[in-house]
Write a protein that binds this ligand. Sequence first.
Ligand code: ATP
Length: 238
Amino acid sequence: MKPLLKLSDVNSYYGKIRALNDINLEINKGEIVTLLGSNGAGKSTTLKTISSIIRPKSGEIEWNGQSIVGLPPHKIVELGIIHVPEGRRIFGGLTVTENLELGAYVFRKNKKWVKEGIERSFDLFPRLKERSKQLAGTLSGGEQQMVAISRGLMGDPKLLMLDEPSMGLAPIIVQEIMKIIQEINKQGTTILLIEQNAKAALRLANRGYLIEIGNIIMSDTADVLREDDKIIKAYLGV
Ligand code: ATP
């Protein structure tokens, strides 16, 4: 079976600086794949390249076997590749519900779908239902992350790419968010998860990639990565 998403020898630059160096990565339908690495390794750049926010200088990106390199970002969204960026980027001056409605812009003509999508989000995050009319900027960090993920779900993702959903959150909230990511996956959405919290990510993921200075230096099942000496020393805080 063809992978859902395949990156082959992808190189991305910021001006003259090469941020991604011949990246090869595959995601199969139904998986949770995690991309691990320290600050500045190139994790966010990988997601931005897949979303077409950055166009790779060379290499191929295939979605179900079809090249998607050079498509405008909104076309990538329409394919079902949804990026929940680092730092949440929700609209603080809008309510929770309004933020979710914005996430559905691909389907904006279909009011019924938008309504059902909001209900689905509220089923996953009952806390957001209670706060549906609250301005998103007044929510806690964890709740804002819930809004960011829900807004991503409103785009009906086939692949949901999450950039550091646990950033700045208390351990108990991290656990809650991770559980919900697992639930979203169980309901059929493939997940690409960027995490500095390698322990939490490897508990959830089927497979993982380790990226250092723009290079994928390791890729294996989560079970193998969890036992790897280098990963344990550098990323699992032992
Ligand atoms: P972090 O977790 O700190 O965000 P990351 O692994 O996501 O790390 P990237 O944001 O992908 O790292 O950055 C990869 C490299 O590209 C870094 O050296 C970074 O300084 C550089 N970089 C990122 N964005 C830009 C930009 N807009 N202009 C120039 N260089 C950039």
